[in-house]
Design a protein around this ligand. Sequence first.
Ligand SMILES: [Zn+2]
Length: 262
Amino acid sequence: MNERFEGIVLFQRKHREHDALVKIFTKDYGTKMFFVRGLQKPNHHLTSQLIPLTVNHYIGNINEEGLSFLKEANTIEIHREIQTDYMKQAYSSYVTQLVDAAINDNTPDQALYEMLKKALELINSDVSYEAITISMEIKLLRYFGFDIHFDRCRICGTTVQPFDFSMKFQGVLCQKHFHEDPFRMHIAPKAMFIASRLDLASLHQINSIQVSQVTIQELRRLMDEIYKEFVGINLKSKSYLNNLDTLSASMKDVIRKRYKSD
Ligand SMILES: [Zn+2]
């Protein structure tokens, strides 16, 4: 039977000579793998709607397990900036891979679907893609089973800052409890403050949070350590991002311009 549904394309992979497997996060059925016959041939009628990071309407056969199939599609959001800006594309790819890793296949999660849709929309617009990415990392920790509150001390529950982060306590420490962990991370108080705001704010409020480049670097250090130690996932797109981040700003500009002129 044909179903109508909305979805975000996560990735596509070549399959045999002409076909492809495309993973789509569908709003109603969760993440699903679709078999698309002949997608690698030129002028396939679904090419535009199977580009990673786009949002589309689909008609197709949904199977509870195994592969599903597509018949027709209509574009909702192509996200032109993401498709043409090297940095935006790298950050968006990382965020979608993280979401894919955070949930089980074939399990609907409309709240997370809407969150990813919003994140891509904001990265595509002028909102800081770095702030959006860090906010998604913070929000996704709960999906990986870590209930970390960045707005209160793990030990006494106070919301009075300054805070620091403790890997030992898997959470935030207030100044009174810094001594409980001599190996606390010594994250800049300003970055801890921003982390608490990014934790509580919904994505569309992030525009109003001003984050300096120094604070972004500090939050990167915090989230890298948390994901490495607690979540233990190592995404290819993440190491790629870190490589990009080590390039100087002028180098990034060169790449961006070159990529855009292609
Ligand atoms: Zn405390």
